[in-house]
Ligand binder design. Structure first.
Ligand SMILES: Cc1ncc(COP(=O)(O)O)c(C=O)c1O
Length: 452
C-alpha cells in the first residue's frame, strides 16, 4: 500500500510555541496609541487582555512553553494528521506531490481551537469571568465557545450579520457550547447602533463585530476581549501546526518546495508557514510561502502597508499592516472568515520583507477547487480553506506545465460541514464573483489615520 497518512503520537505535541519575531532580519513596527501616536505599553492593553497574553504579544523569546493543561486539551485532536493527496494528484495528472495538514479534526472543526484553548486558559488563570469576541463564519466563535465551556467562562459572540443569516447551525453550535450570540451590527453597543443608524441593512464585517466585542470588554471589568486572528499571540498559538508538519514531512521523507495557506487575518497561514520561515532563515528550507486571499477582500495583494485601526469603530490601537481601510465592508462572500479589511502585522511585515508571497482567488474558483478536492479526497472543505486548495492546485498545474516534481504542502484549515448552504447555492449556480471593489476601497483608504 502507498502511504497517504503521516501521523504522530500524542507525545509529539509540541512543548513550546515558536515565536519567529526574534529570528526576523528587521523588527516589526510598534503598535501605536491612536491619541498620542506613541508606542503603547502593556498597561494600555490591560483592560482588554490578561497580562500573560499581552506579554506573549510583545515577546522576544523564541520558544514559549505551552502550559500542561493546554497540551492536555490539545491531545484530544493533536497532533493533527498530515495527508498526501494522492487521488487529487491523479485527478490533476500532475507530477507534483501534494500534502495537506488537516485542522478540521478539532472538535470545533478548524484550527481556531489551538488559540481559543490557550486564550481561555490564561484568562481563567487571571480571574476573567466572561470573554467577548467577534466571529465571521462562526468557526472562531464556536472554538472560543467550546474553550470557554472547558474553563467555566461565559462567552459573548458578535457574529457578522451575513454569516449569522447564512450559517444558522454554527450559531446553534455556539449556543450548544453555552455562548450567547448576537448578529453584528447589533443594537447592544454604541458601535453597532452607529452603523445601523447609517446602514440599517448592513451585512456587517469582522471590523464592525470587533468594535462591538471590544466595546463590551472595555466597559465591563469582569469581561476581557478575545481575538481569533491578527495579533502576534494568536499567530504564535497556531505554530503547533507548522511544527508538527515539519516532523510529518520528515516521516514522508519529503520536503516542501511550496507552502500554501489561506489568509483572513493570517493565523492559520502563519501557524503553518512561520515554523518553516524560521528554518528558511537558518538556511534549512527553501520553501516558497504563499498566502491566498479572496479577490473580494485583497488586503495583501492590493492593500496599503501602513498604520490603521484593527476595527471599524476605531476603538483599537493602530497597527502597521496591509489594509484596505478600516471602514471597508467587503462583499458578502461565503468565506466569511476571510472578510477582514486588514492582515496580521506579522504576516504583513514578512510580506514587506519579501519573505512570503501572496495571491488572490475569486469566489467561484475557490468553490470549484473545494468541490474538486472533495471529490478526490472525500473531505468537504470550509470555503476559507478552499482558497488554499485553489492556490495549491494552481501550483500543481504549473508543476505539470513545467514538468517538475514540486512538493506542495497546504493548510486545510477546517471542514465545511456547517457551510453546506453555500455549497447548495454554488451547485445551483447562485454564487457570483465580485469585481475588485476599487471605489469603496479608495474611499476607505482616504480615511486612513494620519501617522507621520
Ligand atoms: C476554516 C477557516 N480557515 C481560515 C480562516 C481565516 O482566518 P485566519 O487567516 O486567521 O486563519 C477562518 C476564519 O474564520 C476559518 O474559519
Amino acid at each position: 500500500m502507498e502511504s497517504i497518512q503521516y501521523t504522530l503520537s500524542q507525545t509529539r505535541i509540541p512543548q513550546a510555541w515558536y515565536n519567529v519575531v526574534p529570528d526576523l532580519p528587521k523588527p516589526m513596527a510598534p503598535v501605536l496609541h491612536p491619541g498620542t501616536l506613541k508606542p503603547i505599553g502593556p498597561d494600555d492593553l490591560a483592560p482588554l487582555f490578561p497580562m500573560s497574553l499581552i506579554l506573549q504579544e510583545v515577546s522576544q523569546e523564541r520558544d514559549i512553553e505551552i502550559p500542561g493543561e493546554v497540551r492536555q486539551i490539545y491531545a484530544q485532536w493533536r497532533p493533527s494528521p498530515l495527508f498526501r493527496a494522492r487521488r487529487l494528484e491523479k485527478a490533476l495528472d500532475t507530477p507534483a506531490r501534494i500534502y495537506y495538514k488537516y485542522e478540521g479534526v478539532s472538535p470545533a472543526g478548524s484550527h481556531k481551537p489551538n488559540t481559543a484553548v490557550a486564550q481561555a486558559y490564561y484568562n481563567k488563570k487571571e480571574g476573567t469571568k466572561r470573554l467577548s469576541t467577534e466571529t465571521g463564519a462562526g468557526q472562531w466563535g464556536s472554538a472560543l465557545a467550546m474553550a470557554c465551556a472547558f474553563f467555566g467562562l461565559e462567552c459573548k459572540v458578535y457574529m457578522v450579520r451575513v454569516s449569522y443569516d447564512q450559517k444558522p447551525y454554527r450559531r446553534a453550535l455556539m449556543e450548544a457550547f453555552g455562548a450567547s450570540v448576537s448578529p453584528s451590527p447589533s443594537n447592544e453597543t454604541e458601535s453597532g447602533r452607529a452603523i445601523l443608524a447609517k446602514h440599517p441593512d448592513s451585512n456587517g464585517s469582522l471590523g464592525i463585530a470587533i468594535s462591538e466585542a471590544v466595546e463590551v470588554a472595555a466597559k465591563d471589568p469582569q469581561t476581557k476581549y478575545s481575538l481569533g486572528s491578527v495579533l502576534n499571540h494568536v499567530l504564535l498559538h497556531q505554530t503547533v501546526i507548522g511544527q508538527e508538519a515539519i516532523e510529518q514531512m520528515v516521516l514522508a521523507d519529503d520536503d516542501p518546495d511550496v507552502i500554501v495557506g489561506c489568509t483572513g487575518g493570517g493565523s492559520n497561514f502563519a501557524g503553518l508557514a512561520m515554523p518553516y520561515l524560521g528554518r528558511k532563515l537558518k538556511g534549512k528550507s527553501k520553501a516558497r510561502l504563499i498566502a491566498v486571499e479572496p479577490s473580494a477582500c485583497p488586503s495583501l495583494t492590493k492593500g496599503r502597508f501602513t498604520y490603521d485601526f484593527g476595527d471599524t469603530g476605531h476603538l483599537t490601537p493602530l497597527v502597521k499592516m496591509h489594509t484596505l481601510g478600516s471602514t471597508f465592508v467587503p462583499p458578502g462572500i461565503h468565506a466569511g472568515g476571510l472578510r477582514y479589511h486588514g492582515m496580521a502585522p506579522l504576516v504583513s511585515h514578512t510580506m514587506d520583507l519579501g519573505l512570503i508571497e501572496a495571491s488572490s482567488v475569486q469566489q467561484l474558483d475557490a468553490f470549484a477547487a473545494g468541490v474538486q478536492f472533495a471529490r478526490a479526497e472525500g473531505i468537504i472543505p470550509a470555503p476559507e480553506a478552499s482558497h488554499a486548495i485553489a492556490g495549491a492546485i494552481s501550483e500543481a498545474v504549473r508543476a505539470k506545465k513545467e514538468g517538475k516534481r514540486t512538493t506542495i504542502l497546504f493548510g486545510l484549515s477546517g471542514h465545511g460541514h456547517f457551510d453546506m448552504q453555500s455549497y447548495i447555492s454554488y451547485q445551483a449556480g447562485k454564487l457570483q464573483n465580485y469585481d475588485y471593489p476599487a471605489e469603496e476601497i479608495a474611499m476607505a483608504l482616504a480615511g486612513l489615520p494620519a501617522v507621520g
